[in-house]
Design a protein around this ligand. Sequence first.
Ligand code: RB5
Length: 145
Amino acid sequence: MKVAIGCDHGGLNLKASVKELLNALGHEVEDFGCHTADSCDYPDIAVPVANAVVSGQVDRGILICGTGIGIGIAANKIKGVRAALCHDSFSAKYSRAHNDANILTMGERVIGPGLAKDIVTIWMAKDFEGGRHERRVEKIKALEK
Ligand code: RB5
């Protein structure tokens, strides 16, 4: 899959290890920055990654900041985005299976790289189950009209 990845300064190290993992899993990664530890504003990264996802330029996005919260709030302002903050493997699995999340967010100051790798591996592998969940996701989409 094609995956857009981005972070602010609070997520720089975790982005590097997630990028390495995605490459090892055979995904094509497009890195939207940031690229240095200089302080930056997470909406400036969230929006281009979100646009890449909703335009179909990439299949999915992964966004990382200190908590995973701010960058996810910003991404969810873009129509078509379903960004899910996941800090455990159960949430990662069901954000895909039930919510068809198209962006995963995580916080580097919350979880370590080992757990993040498990979360990303599960999240990338899991398909949307559809069925009754399709109806619910359609209702979310209707809120954007
Ligand atoms: C940056 O200091 C920090 O606020 C940011 O990375 C994130 O945690 C915001 O939600």
